[in-house]
Structures are given as C-alpha cells and as structure tokens.
Ligand binder design. Structure first.
Ligand code: PLP
Length: 397
C-alpha cells in the first residue's frame, strides 16, 4: 500500500507546483498554435515563451536573449558540457572538462566529452571543491592547452548541492577559472530562488536551471549564458527553434509555468531566513534525541532549507519507508538516484564511511514548511529510530 503523504519534506527533489503555475499550465494545455508559426495562434504561443524568457532572464540577471529553454537542467548541463562552444562567428574548443566530485549525475557523466577527457575535482569533508587543487590542475594543464593550439579547459562546479545543501565558494572558483583562461559552467538548480544567482560575481559563463525545483512544472529548464557571443554548440540540432540553440518545438505550457515560477521565486528570496531558523531548530531536535546525530556539511554555508543527517545504526532505506507509512516524505541520498541501493556518490566523495552514508537522510523544507510539521517529524523520528536502534549509545535524553 502506498504511504499516505501529508508532510512533504522533499523540496529539493521536486518543489510543490505554485498555484499560479498550475493555473497557467492548465490554461495553456490544449491551446492550438506552434510558436514557430507566423499566424495569430502561433504568435500567441510565441508571446508566452518570450514572456517566460524575460522572467527567467530577470532571475539570472541577464538579457532575455541569453536564455535557451530546454527540457530540464539535465539537458542544460549536458548541453553546456560540450567540447565545442560557439564564439562569435568562430568556435572555442575544449580538450578537458573538470567536474566537481559532488556534482549531479548529469554533470559527473561529463556531457559530450570523451571519457578520457573528463577529470573529477576532489571535494573536502564538507563537500566543497578543493580550490587549491583546481588552481594547481589548471596551471599543470596550461602547457598542454598551449600545445593544443588554443584548446581550452571547461570547469563545472555547482552553486549548491542537492543532497547536503553545501554552497560552493563560487566567487573564488570563478576567479581561479577566469585567471587560467578557462570557462566555468555552474549547475544553479538548487540555488535558484534561494541564493542570488550572481553570474557576474561567480564569473560563470553559463548556468543551468530547472523549473520543477522552483515551483514550476516538470520538464522545463534553461541554459543561460553570460555572454551572448560565447555559448555551447547545440545538443539538439535540426531545427531553428530557440534561435538555433535547441531544436524541437517548445513545450509552451511548461515554459510559461517556468516563467511565472521564476518571477515568484525571485520575490521570496528573503523568506528563507525563517526556514533557516526552522531547519536549525529541527537539527537541535535531532541532536536532542540522539547526541551522535551527524549533520553533513554542517560546518559550512548551506541552503537554508536542507538538512542531510545520519544516526549510526538507523538505516536510511528502512527509515524512509517507516516515515512514509507515517505520512512523511523525505529522501535518502538524491531522489534522482533513488531506486539504486548504492550509497550517495556525494557522501562518498566527502570521505564519509559507507556504514554511515547508508544511514543518511535528507530533509528539505519548502518555503511554507511549518514548526508543527517539524514537531510531528521529530516525534515520528524518535519512535522509529528507537525501535531500529534500541536504547543504545548516543541516547541524549
Ligand atoms: N542538478 C541538480 C543539482 C539537481 O538537483 C537536479 C535534479 O535533481 C538536476 C540537476 C536535474 O534537473 P532536471 O530534473 O530538471 O533534469
């Protein structure tokens, strides 16, 4: 029997769709008109896409023409990780891509680079990219770059991690990448609407966004570039849509829903301070139950809504099912990889022992999460973790 879910603490896997986005998607579903057609119906569909483009551009702080809509952030990431970018009328070529070890699967796979051109950047115990290592590798590779007649290096580091919420020091990373003449792509999926998307400050050449993480519909996303004259070669070719940047008829309803979600999330950015207090109270509650509760990335700046924790001996997969039976939705590792029994590659990269990683749960709050819901979670957690663990070591009170 499926669990009765009435407390939703899995915002990082998929945010609840905003009523305004639901309304717009409903209104546009079934409306006739291909946005590439010149007649009135086509122009009406086009108008919805261009409005959404302006809304997403505003969130990213760039002109509208810098936004290319995609089917989601996975596609945007794979598009960005291309060995060829268009540069003005010519092209820039990349012989190596360096990706953070805690990146989303769509980045770690290296996009369109050959396997031997993909290099993983180590992260520290909190999941932050080792900036000194990055600087060293870029310096070491610079001779090779010169020998390859101007071929360059692409670097991909996410803004905030989906599992732990750890916020990468992008200003520093951007500085190192720019100084080396390399290009920086940032997966900004989890940061959007929660921390400012500072493409200029990060010196990010492109960012990936996803609609369903900010209260828009599933199946829409965007690749945003900082400089209109420097962008990856299209992944999907064969049509002139999206100014030849992405072939295929656009999903008008989903893109419009993405646009309104982008506009609304930009207005709520300060609201997360309240959620941070709720999250901090939640973590105190966890530690009150078990003093040996481990909070991952607890020592660094994190997204306000994210808590990834483990209690030794309380297996995450079992806890997840027990919580679901109580009507509580959260996740173990990332939802994108759920179904797999393997431990989180993010925690593994952080050097977390497999035994503890198998106990890691992620709770991610929505902007309207309530203190009463946290209380219900903590009561359920106390009950089920005591059952699973017994009254062993680590009992706090
Ligand atoms: N990047 C991060 C950090 C994510 O958390 C996710 C989804 O979980 C993605 C990329 C993929 O986004 P989409 O579902 O739009 O393909």
């Amino acid at each position: 029997m499926a669990g009765r879910t009435n407390i939703y603490f899995d915002h990082n896997a998929g945010a609840a769709m905003r009523p305004q986005a639901v309304e717009l998607v409903r209104a546009l579903t079934g409306v006739t008109g291909n946005p590439s057609s010149v007649h009135g119906a086509g122009r009406a569909a086009r108008a919805h896409i261009e409005k959404a483009r302006a809304q997403v551009a505003l969130l990213a702080g760039v002109p509208a023409s810098h936004v290319t809509f995609t089917s989601g952030a996975s596609e945007a990431n794979v598009t960005a990780l291309s060995p060829i970018w268009r540069k003005g009328r010519g092209e820039a070529r990349f012989f190596r891509v360096l990706v953070g070890a805690s990146e989303h699967a769509s980045v770690i796979a290296g996009g369109r680079f050959a396997k031997d051109a993909i290099e993983i950047l180590p992260v520290d115990g909190d999941g932050l990219v080792d900036a000194d290592h990055l600087a060293r590798r870029l310096a070491e590779l610079s001779d090779e770059a010169a020998a390859r007649e101007g071929a360059r290096i692409l670097v991909s580091v996410m803004a905030a991690n989906n599992e732990t919420g750890a916020v990468q020091p992008l200003a520093r990373i951007g500085e190192i990448v720019a100084a080396a003449g390399a290009i920086l792509h940032v997966d900004a999926v989890q940061a959007a609407g929660r921390v400012a998307l500072d493409m200029a400050g990060w010196q990010a050449d492109s960012i990936a966004l996803s609609a369903h993480k900010i209260g828009g519909p599933q199946g829409a996303g965007a690749l945003v570039v900082r400089n209109a004259g420097l962008k990856p070669a299209p992944l999907l070719t064969g049509g002139g849509q999206e100014h030849w940047n992405r072939a295929g008829t656009e999903n008008v309803a989903a893109i419009a829903g993405f646009g309104i979600a982008a506009e609304l999330c930009a207005q709520e950015i300060n609201h997360w301070d309240e959620i941070r207090r709720l999250r901090d109270g939640f973590e105190s509650g966890l530690r009150h139950i078990w003093s040996d509760t481990f909070i991952f990335s607890g020592g660094v700046e994190r997204l306000a809504n994210t808590s990834c924790f483990a209690v030794p001996g309380v297996a995450a997969e079992t806890a997840l099912i027990a919580l679901d039976l109580e009507g509580i939705a959260c996740s173990s590792g990332s939802a994108c990889s759920s179904g797999k029994v393997s431990v989180s590659h993010v925690l593994t990269a952080m050097g977390v022992e497999e035994r503890l990683a198998r106990c890691a749960l992620r709770v991610s709050f929505s902007p309207d999460a309530r203190a009463e819901e946290v209380e219900v979670f903590l009561a359920a957690w106390r009950r089920l973790s005591e059952r699973m663990r017994g009254a062993g070591a680590g009992r706090a009170a």
